[in-house]
Design a protein around this ligand. Structure first.
Ligand SMILES: [Zn+2]
Length: 329
């Protein structure tokens, strides 16, 4: 984890933080009415970020992917072993903002209950008609705001926010991976620019900054994909060739697990030529059939070329799925 600090381990998931996270906390803490308020605000920010990343991590852990969390700057990251199954990947991505928003709603419920039963926990009588939020009250208030707003912002289709990742996975179900990536970047540019315009009109400078930065990143990624930066294209193509050779070797040696893993990596390369892409999907299907993973194989069948081997695989998958259905539920 580079020069990040290991904070603690939660249910076998290690949580790290880097210096940017500490800086953001410090930035939040200034200009608060008391030390208690500062600590409350820092706790609110940390909690909603941690819950978000735990959402990703818990699902990733269920799939046996050994997740780790890094809290950094304005966000967090959940690292885990690569996952081949796009549907499972989508669950991991959606679980972050999902759990964060649920958490925010739960704290909102708690706040509402306390408001009506133990008002003085949340508000301090300043004399006359004036009330000021207690440190605890402001902590709850900010936890609700951060969790719900940040959770929703993360669902916007703006790569690499969670919504952008989900959009890309969704596009990959119907499009060639390169086209799916291009569409994702184009949509992200529009969303980012719309965010900049909205932020400027409403004077939300943070939104202007975030939207502008991400729109620019997507612009860069798109131009790499569309024009193919000469040097990056060569190296990517060479890398694809190496992956392809390794995948074929593993497949020939009946190492299905390794062949499927390498083929997934190959199809994920942005600049893999279409012929190699097609072969990658074919290897994924054939390896998974050999492993008896019918569901996984079926998921990639439509991307594979229509040839004798694939037609035979299709029959095996169908009878395999039928057999599963009859001895299952
Ligand atoms: Zn996330």
């Amino acid at each position: 984890m580079g020069n990040a600090l290991h904070l603690f381990t939660l249910g076998r998931i290690p949580v790290y933080a880097n210096v940017w996270f500490a800086l953001i906390l410090g930035f939040l803490a200034v200009n608060q009415p008391s030390l208690g308020h500062s600590l409350g605000l820092m706790a609110a920010w940390s909690a909603s970020l941690l819950v978000h990343e735990m959402g990703h991590a818990l699902v990733a852990q269920r799939y046996g992917l050994q997740p780790q969390i890094l809290l950094h700057g304005i966000g967090g990251l959940c690292f885990h072993a690569p996952i081949a199954d796009d549907r499972k990947n989508a669950f991991i991505v959606a679980a972050g903002p999902g759990l964060e928003i649920i958490f925010g709603l739960m704290i909102l419920g708690l706040q509402t209950v306390l408001e009506s039963t133990s008002f003085e926990l949340l508000w301090e009588d300043q004399g006359g008609d004036a009330y000021e939020g207690t440190a605890f009250g402001s902590m709850l208030h900010w936890t609700v705001r951060f969790s719900i707003i940040w959770g929703l912002v993360n669902l916007v289709p703006l790569h690499p926010l969670d919504g952008g990742l989900l959009f890309r996975l969704w596009m990959r179900r119907k499009k060639h991976p390169i086209d799916a990536d291009k569409i994702t970047h184009i949509v992200s540019i529009f969303v980012g620019v719309a965010g900049v315009m909205w932020g400027m009109t409403n004077q939300y400078w943070f939104v202007v900054l975030l939207g502008g930065m991400l729109a620019y990143n997507n612009w860069e990624a798109l131009s790499q994909l569309s024009l193919g930066h000469p040097s990056s294209r060569t190296t990517n193509n060479e890398f694809a060739e190496v992956l392809s050779t390794d995948a074929e070797a593993a497949f020939a040696a009946n190492d299905w697990q390794e062949a499927a893993r390498l083929a997934h990596q190959l199809r994920d390369q942005a600049n893999t030529p279409k012929t190699l892409q097609a072969r990658a999907f074919e290897l994924i299907v054939l390896s998974n059939v050999a492993l008896g993973r019918w569901d996984e194989a079926a998921g990639f069948l439509d991307h594979a070329p229509d040839n004798a081997a694939i037609r035979e695989a299709r029959q095996k998958i169908e009878s395999g799925l039928d057999a599963e259905a009859s001895d299952g539920w």
